[in-house]
Design a protein around this ligand. Structure first.
Ligand code: UD1
Length: 418
């Protein structure tokens, strides 16, 4: 099994270009079941994307990958379509559930494996099913599979989500694209990745209006146009490297981003003392020698993202005084805490809140990655720790961070995969 070796305490300096967003690409790939021909640009070639591509191939979509140009072409000629998403392909990546909406809306039936729990929480799919039922689907659960059908096709309606769910909003939007008439979704998640999906669905012919958390959509089932779409930047990858800069950056420039999308995160870091200069498409960060304590709660966009909670916690270990993070989105997302403690961090967890006592010196240790964002927080900790950190189970990192070692090495970090 591969490991990452990091020799810490080396100031970072250089430029990092941010990849396309994994979390935007996944629903756009699923929505491509509804396209005739689509070309996606700025695709991040990370493990989760390949898993989704395997799923689409299984369904019957033809795929051409050009990793040099970071593009993927998809063709759905409607031949030999399999409306099944098997367990082996959904098990390792929950976003597999996103093919349910498009299969059901286009082919009027789908059998999709239940994704099951995952390390960060139970992660149910009730809201996905709730929205699809409202659109007219008949759904039953049998032998670990969601079996859905809509014999006469889905029909537009009004749906109010009881809480904001990224995946359920995406599934409902894609399903509404193929539904008859108008669908109005209330209390939606409005993450930038969802806005990217909306811009893709518009290219496919949907008429979509957004007002706060209300999204109305008049769909278009069949399109024979060829679609071109450039995936937006990965705001979580960008946020991760911005935090690396706040921790140990002599000067790091983060390119290919839209700083206004990262406004909340940048403000938190500025208040903590990081020097951050934003321009139109880049952010430059210089660490502060006097990091201040902070209190942060994770929230749906435009709040502080749960996907940056673990990384921010590492910065908090270097702040003076007591910092707090309340995790509101997932019930079990503090798995990085025991590992950070093994490196010398002083952190206590009470209910949903982590109390981080700074300022602590971190020391390299052998640690274990448990999920995607937890793993990258250990990389950040390794970058500021004395001595050598060994991170095990780095396949979690490969699910979502493109060229992590290459990008960090370019900034003079000592990171090696063995
Ligand atoms: C997406 C992101 C993930 C991010 C999360 C929250 C992708 C591929 N993944 O995950 O990186 O951490 O948004 O920003 O884009 N919930 C239900 N029932 C449901 C669905 C969700 O109760 O049917 C709950 C979840 O358990 C969680 C909350 O709603 O507590 C938010 O989850 P959701 O926004 O759906 O996250 P994902 O789409 O799975």
């Amino acid at each position: 099994m591969q490991k990452l070796l990091i020799k810490g305490n080396r100031e970072l300096t250089g430029t990092i270009s941010i990849s396309g967003s994994k979390n935007a690409t996944l629903p756009i790939l699923a929505a491509s079941i509804l396209a005739f021909k689509a070309k996606l640009k700025n695709v991040p070639f990370v493990k989760d994307i390949f898993t989704m591509l395997d799923l689409l191939k299984f369904i019957g979509i033809k795929i051409k990958i050009n990793s040099k140009n970071k593009t993927i072409e998809l063709i759905n000629s409607n031949k030999n379509i399999n409306t099944l998403a098997p367990y082996k392909l959904v098990r390792t990546m929950r976003a597999g559930i996103l093919v349910l909406g498009p299969l059901l809306t286009k082919y009027r039936k789908a059998k999709v494996s239940l994704p099951g729990g995952c390390a960060i929480g139970t992660r149910p799919v009730d809201l996905h099913l709730f929205a699809l039922k409202k659109l007219g689907a008949k759904i039953k659960i049998k032998d670990g599979y969601i079996i859905a059908e809509a014999k006469k096709g889905l029909i537009g309606t009004s749906i109010r989500f009881p809480s904001n769910s990224v995946g359920a909003t995406e599934n409902a939007l894609i399903a509404a694209h193929g539904a008859k008439g108008k669908t109005i979704l209330y209390n939606c998640a409005i993450e930038p990745e969802i806005l990217d999906l909306i811009s893709y669905l518009k290219k496919l012919g949907s008429k979509i209006k957004i007002s706060g958390r209300k999204i109305s959509i008049i769909g278009k089932n069949i399109s024979f146009k060829k679609i071109n779409h450039k995936i937006i930047f990965d705001r979580i990858e960008a946020g991760t490297y911005i935090i690396a800069g706040a921790l140990i950056g002599k000067k790091i420039k983060i390119n290919k981003v839209v700083p206004k999308i990262l406004k909340y995160e940048i403000n938190v870091l500025k208040k903590m003392g990081a020097k951050i200069i934003s321009s139109k498409n880049s952010v430059t960060i210089i660490k502060s020698n006097n990091i201040k304590r902070a209190t942060v709660s994770t929230k749906p966009y435009p709040g502080f993202p749960t996907d940056l909670q673990a990384q921010l916690m590492v910065l908090m270990t270097q702040a003076k005084g007591l910092s707090k993070i309340k995790e509101n989105i997932f019930e079990n997302r503090f798995m990085h805490v025991p590992e950070l403690k093994r490196m010398g961090a002083k952190i206590e967890i009470k209910n949903k809140t982590a109390y981080i006592y700074g300022l602590t010196k971190l020391t390299g240790a052998e640690v274990m990655a448990t999920d995607l964002r937890a793993s990258v927080s250990l990389v950040l900790a390794g970058l500021i720790a004395d001595k050598r950190t060994i991170i095990n189970r780095i396949y979690h990192l490969d699910r979502g961070y493109e060229f992590l070692e290459r990008k960090l090495k370019k900034c003079k970090a000592s990171v090696k995969r063995t």
